[in-house]
Design a protein around this ligand. Sequence first.
Ligand SMILES: Nc1ncnc2c1ncn2[C@@H]1O[C@H](COP(=O)(O)OP(=O)(O)OP(=O)(O)O)[C@@H](O)[C@H]1O
Length: 447
Amino acid sequence: MGGGPAPSAGSLGANTHSSAPLAVRMRPRTLDELVGQSQLRAPGSPLRQLVEGDQSLSLLLWGPPGTGKTTIASIVSQQTDRRFVEISAVSAGVKEVRAAIDGARRELAGGGKETVLFVDEVHRFSKAQQDALLPGVENRWVSLVAATTENPFFSVISPLLSRSLLLRLSSLTDDDVRRVLDDAVVDERGLAKEFTLDDDAADHLVRLAGGDARRALTYLEAAAGAARSGGAKTISLESAEAAVDQAAVRYDRQGDQHYDVISAFIKSIRGSDADAAVHYLARMIEAGEDPRFIARRLVISASEDIGLADPTALTTAVAAAQAVQLIGMPEARLNLAQATIALAVAPKSNAAYVAINEAQADVRAGKIGSVPPHLRDGHYAGAEKLGHAGGAATPYIYSHDAPFGVAEQQYLPDVLADAEYYRPTELGAEAAVKQRWERVRRIIRGR
Ligand SMILES: Nc1ncnc2c1ncn2[C@@H]1O[C@H](COP(=O)(O)OP(=O)(O)OP(=O)(O)O)[C@@H](O)[C@H]1O
């Protein structure tokens, strides 16, 4: 490192227009420069109308990191000649929100420009903080562009949802990411043809980017730095590999490895390693991760990975999620720790997860069939004549009248008569469920 920085900074300066990171320099300036997201960019789409017309509208952009949310907000402000004011829900509170809205209102009152207020990670705002955005939106003092990586139906208050146009961004495909890289290699704002990018190096970067254009460009920039300091004209697989490890550490420090850590957290719970699960929980807490996000993942895991092997897991996870709402951080870390450990040490079953997946796959494949006549609604006049419910042709058996409260009777539609979606494990509490269910299924199906 010692003698490196000066010459390498110098040559970097000679080959770029600014010292901003490559991902920032390459930020698309128009909707047409945006890669992927074709549904949003289509002629006549609401976003295009917004950018090309002069109506004011609030947008809620929902999509994974590095797919263009901030970019879209900046395109809207540039192309409609509005001020761009950005606040991050990670660090800002009600005070900053009010100040931004007041500033926009004063600007308007003084005959100045309209304002695009970009709120990044809006799902991190509490209800009260989101409420503070409403007057600005309702009175059209700002065009709000709120970005979230989380499902807004859970994380955004409904008055804000109903006043905004929700646009969904998808992860970039591998081809999209490759295009972003190729553009950055040749573009004057980017690496301006200083290097050629080997195919295998590009493939490596595409794979590591995981659909995130910012990550792809950050890694490309690191690889270019390595090639430059080695005096190379080509970014090879070796320079890419060598550089990316360092870039990945930087990412971690900025908290952008969020998805890798949450993934390791869930996998540790699934793998029953309570120590590892608590370790990843601690990392997320220390990184300032949204506790509601962690709690929601626990609730999902309780059903996906534990299910009926320990039905109390879902109760525990839901209780932890409520505790997070009630108590907030830092104390809610205790509730999260208890739930994490309870889920990690619980016996594991994915039988409920597999059952619903298989049942939905069948329905999607068109295996539906009609509801057996004896199960149809028998409460309306004439139903009996049609043979529904109580009709003589297909009598409905009231289970409580059958021995042990289980009747031999077909419940599934004919096309699915032999389907067996729920296959219990023999683990934990599900062992007893399995014993009983197998007997019950035999009676129902008359075997
Ligand atoms: N669809 C895209 N087409 C081309 N470049 C993109 C696209 N999406 C992102 N980028 C590149 O990645 C950088 C970061 O993108 P942006 O800030 O818009 O991501 P984001 O979706 O707001 O992510 P985050 O949720 O992490 O804030 C941009 O400056 C740009 O260089």
